[in-house]
Design a protein around this ligand. Structure first.
Ligand code: PEP
Ligand code: MG
Length: 325
């Protein structure tokens, strides 16, 4: 199997009906970067910056962060890298930051909420990213956006750092793209407000499923009751894909759903064309894509979503077996 996937590495991820799919990898440390060339990935669709902060004994200052992000960009060798701003708080506690214990950390003071309330840390990170990406493209993605106007608040902080760097005469990035993660259900109901404010969006399906079903992603007693291939999340994702198409906003999935071939098959049927996943998933997902007729999946889901409830996995797997995907 592994050998078979290696042979696929330099072949494009194109469906039988000619749709080119971009396959990127998720990373979080410099040690992950060799996987980019090994997997043949098209870039880093999610770089989890908080890992460096969690492994450090003290707050990484701007210089250390700049060095770390520069090294990542260098290793990416011109392929795009999406840096996610700090997703800490809740259960991801940094020993050197004072934090108040919370009853429900997953829906507590975390990610962008913390960045907007205590902007010093966020601004330090932006400063480091602007320096690291001097003269090149910089992509920044904001986690846990729940309301479209949070983008305005975050952008105002980013603008301040941009203006400061400019006033200093520093070389700036050649292009700055700012995106939102789609992982809080509320934002699905104000996409017409959100999408004009962003350069791209990426679905964090791990959190999105957790919040759609109100089922703790780390608690097997509840998480196994709910399937991502159910009518509700598939309808939500279909609506999102349609809105992104209308607003001409690039759309990715970077949660674990993207790395599972059957799930990725359905996402293609719903209109998704870019995925970011663990490096080991690229081979199996690419093999699926190269055997797939995407429009047949679109038709299947159109039928299933009319009156389906709960898990549609059995019907979807039967389709995949029937069509030898
Ligand atoms: C997600 O929520 O799907 C995601 C990609 O982010 P994380 O798993 O780091 O929360
Ligand atoms: Mg998440």
């Amino acid at each position: 199997r592994q050998k078979q996937y290696e042979k696929l590495r330099d072949l494009p991820a194109v469906t039988k009906d000619g749709e080119r799919i971009a396959l990127q990898i998720n990373a979080g440390l410099l040690q992950d970067m060799p996987h980019l060339a090994e997997s043949g990935g098209d870039g880093i669709g999610l770089f989890r910056t908080e890992l460096m902060f969690m492994l450090s004994h003290s707050l990484p200052r701007v210089d250390r962060q700049t060095e770390a992000y520069s090294a990542i960009l260098q290793e990416a060798k011109g392929k795009p890298v999406v840096f996610r701003s700090l997703d800490i708080g809740g259960d991801k506690i940094l020993p050197y930051l004072r934090q108040i214990p919370e009853e429900n950390p997953a829906i507590g003071w975390r990610a962008i909420r913390m960045s907007l309330d205590r902007p010093a840390l966020f601004r330090m990170q932006i400063r480091a990213l602007l320096r690291a990406a001097a003269g090149q493209q910089l992509r920044v993605m904001l986690p846990m956006i729940a309301v479209a106007t949070e983008m305005d608040e975050a952008r105002a902080l980013i603008d301040k750092e941009w203006a400061l760097a400019k006033a200093r005469g520093s070389l700036l990035p050649s292009e700055l793209l700012i995106g939102a993660m789609i992982e809080v259900p509320s934002v699905l109901f104000e996409l017409d407000e959100l999408l004009p404010r962003v350069d791209f969006v990426s679905v964090g399906s791990n959190d999105l499923m957790q919040f759609l079903f109100a089922a703790d992603r780390s608690n097997p007693r509840v998480v196994n009751r709910f399937d991502s291939l159910s009518a509700a999340p598939l309808k939500a994702l279909k609506m999102l894909a349609g809105a992104c198409y209308r607003h001409n906003v690039p759309l990715t999935v970077c949660g674990e759903m993207a790395g599972r071939p059957i799930e990725a098959m359905c996402l293609i049927g719903l209109g998704f064309r870019t995925f970011s996943m663990a490096p080991a998933s690229i081979g199996p997902v690419k093999a699926m894509i190269r055997s797939l007729d995407g429009s047949a999946v679109t038709d299947l889901l159109d039928d299933l979503l009319v009156s389906g409830s709960g898990s549609l996995r059995a019907e979807i797997e039967a389709f995949a077996a029937r069509s030898k995907v």
